[in-house]
Ligand binder design. Structure first.
Ligand SMILES: NC(=O)c1ccc[n+]([C@@H]2O[C@H](COP(=O)([O-])OP(=O)(O)OC[C@H]3O[C@@H](n4cnc5c(N)ncnc54)[C@H](O)[C@@H]3O)[C@@H](O)[C@H]2O)c1
Ligand SMILES: [Zn+2]
Length: 675
């Protein structure tokens, strides 16, 4: 196709505008809207056109510049030596071309390179004066960065003081701040639980954590630093000969440096290093997006010099993208072992980092809403190591017409029970805990566990087999098991089958606490089960209870109470309980009153009159105790008096109480009440 200068000009402008917008999203807002691969494509298109039409290159083109201008809310730091970017290569041919250019530029046959992993974080510069950490800044647009000294001081890996004997003057250390994969997963998990925004990848998490106005937030996030270079310095003790010496020197100052740094010679060795690191990538504790090749000799480096935005002596050889763009075909709901409903994106198959991806997690309803993911959307998918692929974002410009926002289903798609979301949680959960097929294994294992029904020998392997073979679908089925069904299972001798049947039989005789706990009601642990058993005395009272009553139980709040109500509201759960009782599971019950005679409702709001001398406490003490529990003590008996406490030698008040028919208590009764 033949372009006129005008159409090329138009294309250029569009590309530049798009790239500027992406730079802003990525560098300033830490919130990219396209995948890196897509960005890199736009960028190399722009580079290509500018190579073909050098007369159209403008000094402000993104290909001439680094990053983006610093945010105004931070103070600015001028870099005495600019912080540049790196030229990129994705293909081996580009690496070979790089090596050839270097050899030609230096007029040598072979070149020695320092090779390093390319950290996927954000570049910072740390300024030390007389060995003390003074200021730290982001790269910004390469010339001016943001002053983030306070935030950097919270990073444990950054030394606040260096041995002055080694660096008496000025030293600027350059390197990358990043978040370790494990810390990233933990942070997102926390955010997910709290219903907060989750980060697309460790780089964004690191950038978002570091570029905070409140350094307390940075301190709460765990960040890591790796040093890879030195900026301005006025010190002859800084190595002057090779880059690898500099890295070693940084290590001796106690800066973390990558263990994978090496020195190699020739182009084949570069490619071998790339393959070696690519194979290790998954196992590294931090994300890398490629490797970096740097001419090792510093004098050769300065001979080669710089192009617009990057040194000529270095090259970033990037790994294939971990992100890709594809179409969202549907949103399925998966039900986890604990009943959590997770929306999962069904995708048009796409290759991400060498693996075909057809599904990606959307985490929960809030996340879907925040990203506004809709069926038919074009989405960016990211895959990192063995982490489940996820949707990073939607490409809004490519949304088809008439799409609808996603709504979380009101019922469990597996068992049809009501799905509810508790106020304190980010996820919806199926309430059919005892019979939902998705939750079977978990429910049965918990039911049989030691502190619940205590069925010895019924462990995970056995439960898996029983459920997979559909011999047991819910805890009630356990009590219908026969020796044959058990003995037919793998690795199950007749003797151990007999033992298990005996353990099941034995478990029938249990306590109400254990039984309530065994039901696996969300938020009802052992302690709560005990409180409930004490308070209600019988299971049927608990099943028939209401919110108001539940809130009277010690330590039961609205969230726990709602969980309990949801659980018993599900008819299938009640059926399983009926079957359990019919098969002989039993415990002692009472009407609850003997467990609860003391407590608020007895003293609180009641009026007491004391008469006669008490043996083990003074009247003052008795009065105080009654009052601290919310009761009232008055001096004379009337129809409004609830209790008269009668001690030794009571006076006229005693007779009056008898006449009015008021409940009399002796000292022992009072003490019991007060307990
Ligand atoms: N998705 C988007 O919208 C978007 C927008 C802008 C940029 N980007 C991404 O950022 C890239 C461009 O960013 P860039 O200019 O920072 O370039 P870059 O990240 O490709 O390379 C330069 C940077 O590499 C880092 N680095 C890591 N390890 C290093 C080492 N051992 N030695 C030296 N430097 C090392 C330094 O921070 C340096 O600034 C793009 O290729 C793209 O992947 C994405
Ligand atoms: Zn269910």
């Amino acid at each position: 196709m033949n372009y006129t200068i005008e159409t090329v000009q138009q294309q250029l402008e569009m590309l530049r505008q798009q790239i500027e917008q992406h730079n802003y999203q990525y560098y300033v807002l830490d919130d990219p809207t396209v995948s890196d691969a897509e960005y890199d494509q736009l960028f190399s298109r722009l580079q290509q056109i500018e190579r073909d039409y050098p007369e159209l290159v403008t000094p402000d083109s993104p290909t001439r510049r680094v990053g983006a201008a610093p945010l105004k809310v931070f103070s600015q730091v001028t870099h005495d030596t600019p912080m540049l970017s790196l030229n990129n290569a994705f293909e081996e041919v580009a690496v070979k071309a790089f090596d050839r250019r270097i050899r030609e530029g230096l007029a040598v046959d072979q070149v020695e390179y320092a090779v390093e992993p390319k950290f996927d974080g954000l570049a910072v510069s740390l300024r030390y004066e007389k060995g003390m950490f003074k200021t730290g800044a982001t790269r910004g647009d390469g010339y001016t960065g943001e002053d983030i000294t306070l935030n950097l001081r919270t990073i444990k890996a950054i030394p606040l003081a260096l041995p002055v004997s080694k660096v008496p003057g000025l030293l600027e250390v350059r390197g990358e701040v990043l978040m370790l994969k494990a810390d990233f997963i933990r942070l997102n998990q926390q955010h997910l639980e709290k219903g907060e925004k989750i980060f697309a990848n460790p780089r964004n998490a690191a950038a978002g954590s570091l570029r905070q106005l409140d350094s307390a937030i940075t301190a709460a996030r765990r960040l890591m630093f790796f040093a890879y270079g030195i900026g301005p310095n006025e010190d002859t003790r800084v190595p002057q000969s090779t880059h690898s010496d500099i890295v070693q020197f940084l290590g001796s100052l106690h800066f973390p440096v990558a263990r994978e740094c090496a020195v190699v010679t020739g182009c084949d060795a570069l490619l071998a290093y790339y393959r070696k690191i690519a194979a290790q990538r998954e196992y590294l504790s931090y994300d890398i997006d490629g490797v970096v090749y740097k001419v090792n000799s510093l004098s050769q480096q300065s001979k080669l010099g710089f192009v617009a935005r990057a040194p000529r002596f270095a090259l970033a050889h990037k790994f294939p993208a971990q992100e890709a763009t594809t179409r969202l075909l549907g949103i399925d709901i998966q039900v986890g072992r604990t009943g959590a409903l997770t929306p999962v994106a069904r995708l048009e198959p796409v290759i991400v980092g060498g693996v075909t991806v057809t599904n990606a997690t959307l985490h929960n309803a809030d996340e879907v809403k925040r990203k506004d993911v809709r069926i038919g959307d074009t989405v960016i998918v990211r895959r990192a190591g063995d982490v489940i692929p996820e949707i990073v974002s939607v490409v809004p410009a490519q949304r088809p017409e008439n799409t609808q926002a996603f709504v979380m289903p009101q019922h469990c798609p597996v068992c049809g029970a009501k799905a509810v979301r508790l106020e304190s949680e980010a996820v919806s959960r199926c309430t059919g805990g005892l019979f939902c097929p998705a939750q079977r294994k978990q429910a049965i294992l918990h039911f049989a566990s030691r502190r619940a029904m205590d069925i010895e020998g019924l462990g995970e392997k056995l439960v898996n087999q029983l459920v997979d073979k559909a011999v047991v679908r819910n805890p009630a089925d356990l009590y219908q098991l026969g020796i044959l069904a058990l003995a037919n299972l793998e690795r199950m001798a007749e003797k151990s089958a007999g033992n298990i049947l005996a353990a099941i039989e034995k478990s029938k005789q249990t306590t109400l606490t254990r039984f309530i706990y065994a039901l696996g009601i969300r938020n009802v642990g052992e302690a709560t089960a005990k409180d409930l058993a004490r308070y209600f005395g019988s299971l049927s009272r608990l099943i028939d209870t209401d919110m108001e009553t539940l809130l009277q139980v010690p330590d039961v709040g609205p969230v726990v109470a709602q969980s309990i109500l949801n659980f018993f509201a599900e008819a299938h759960n009640r059926e399983v309980i009926e079957r359990l009782r019919a098969s002989g599971v039993c415990w002692e019950e009472n009407d609850g009153s003997i467990n609860n005679p003391p407590g608020d409702n007895v003293i609180s709001g009641k009026t007491f009159v004391l008469t006669g001398a008490l043996l083990n406490m003074t009247r003052e003490e008795a009065k105080e105790k009654i009052e601290t529990q919310g009761g009232k003590v008055t001096g004379s008996v009337s129809k409004k008096t609830d209790y008269v406490v009668v001690g030794e030698d009571p006076g006229g008040k005693y007779e009056k109480a008898v006449n009015l028919g008021i409940t009399l208590l002796d000292e022992a009764d009072l003490r019991k009440l007060l307990q």
